[in-house]
Design a protein. Structure first.
Length: 214
């Protein structure tokens, strides 16, 4: 316990850093994922191409490489931001590709006749998507979205290698102070477990309230 009690502020700072990365990157991923899912099912060919390219490129790019591209590449083009914002951008964009595919799979579960009926009533694509399709699709994709965001929380550990304050990065400081490396990682694992179980509990509650009965 002395590893935790003697370094509680350090663990706390790293834990809060991981929570911040997870929350803000999740918000960005959900927004971009929704936009790209709408593009992928849009009646406009250029939007479908945009959504397909976005998903294909990001899903097939290693996350570490994306971190290098964002944190080291964007400053060369004059975009200079705090490393934490770069990390949120990398995590959010990467995860948005998976959110997009989850939402698209949910959209595909909605009978096409409902969309056709909406269009016959004069509703636009945006109105049909927001009022008819997405409310039904959302009920089916709550569990996979939760799993994707749990993966995002664990992927945030990569940010520590780029001078971003997060939970896993605390092991370097504790190792330099001479603490037992095994117990150092045990308490780091406990921190990640708290975060992932919290996300799981949140989406379980959402599934019980709005999910499709199995």
């Amino acid at each position: 316990m002395n590893v935790l009690t003697e370094n509680f502020s350090l663990y706390g700072k790293g834990f809060l850093g991981t929570v911040e990365l997870t929350v803000f990157a999740s918000i960005l991923a959900l927004i971009l994922g929704f936009v790209m899912a709408a593009c992928r099912v849009a009646p406009v060919g250029s939007l479908r191409v945009l959504g397909t390219v976005w998903v294909t490129v990001l899903r097939n790019t290693p996350l570490t490489l994306l971190f290098f591209a964002v944190l080291l590449g964007l400053p060369r083009f004059g975009l200079v931001l705090p490393f934490q914002l770069f990390a949120i951008l990398a995590l959010g964009c990467y995860t948005s590709a998976f959110i997009c595919e989850v939402l698209r799979s949910g959209i595909n579960t909605v009978p096409t006749g409902q969309g056709e009926a909406a269009r016959s009533l004069g509703m636009t694509f945006g109105q049909t998507l927001n009022s008819i399709v997405l409310p039904q699709a959302f009920r089916t994709v709550i569990p996979p979205i939760g799993s994707t965001l749990i993966a995002l929380a664990k992927n945030s550990a990569i940010a520590g290698a780029f001078s971003v304050t997060e939970l896993l990065g605390t092991y370097r400081t504790l190792s330099e102070r001479g603490y037992n490396i095994i117990w150092t990682f045990v308490w780091i694992a406990v921190g990640y477990l708290i975060i992932t179980l919290s996300i799981s509990a949140l989406f379980h509650a959402m599934e019980k309230r709005w999910g499709v009965a199995r």
